[in-house]
Unconditional design. Structure first.
Length: 175
């Protein structure tokens, strides 16, 4: 049965590219969530840091193939959940580490995953856990960004190394 997870771990291009390689992931959509500005935000508005939105991906997955807990474990170990409002050179609240829960069960699992992973990090995990209120799909040019732009500089220097780490760490989970 298909379920949905919504997470933000810095630039949505990175997180999207990672989950597009995982078995059981049916769809990944880049977007925005967690803000308070009225109406559908644009990329430019989100990048200003004034809307309060985070860059996120909404992941549709087959829970008979991959569990929500596995989705979150992959998410938490493919970005740095100890960095507050940044990932690498990307800085601002729009790049925060966040799990937007769709229900109480997802919140419980998110807390459990964070607790289990704490011993593996030298610094405290700062990943925010919040209820999902609204997900806004990002502009078309942000969808499938890595697949459509593999030779772009950001993709080469930031996303490709993340994918190499993913392929090494989660070889058994790849499509």
């Amino acid at each position: 049965m298909n379920k949905t997870a919504t997470v933000g771990g810095g630039c949505f291009w990175c997180t999207e590219a990672i989950f597009q390689e995982i078995t059981g992931i049916e769809n990944v959509v880049s977007g925005y969530s967690g803000g308070s500005a009225p109406g559908k935000p644009t990329y430019r508005e989100v990048c200003s840091g004034l809307t309060g939105h985070a860059e996120v991906v909404q992941i549709t997955f087959d829970d008979q193939v991959i569990t929500y807990k596995e989705v979150l474990t992959i998410f938490m170990t493919t970005h740095d959940p100890t960095q507050l409002n940044k990932q690498g050179a990307d800085v601002g609240t729009q790049y925060r580490s966040v799990i937007f829960c769709h229900d109480q069960k997802q919140e419980e699992i998110a807390k459990e995953v964070i607790e289990e992973l704490k011993p593996y990090y030298d610094k405290p995990i700062v990943t925010e856990i919040s209820p999902l209120e609204i997900f806004y799909e990002a502009e078309d040019y942000h969808q499938n960004y890595y697949k459509n732009n593999p030779n772009q500089g950001y993709c080469n220097f930031v996303i490709t190394p993340k994918l190499q780490k993913l392929r090494k760490s989660y070889a058994q989970k790849l499509k």
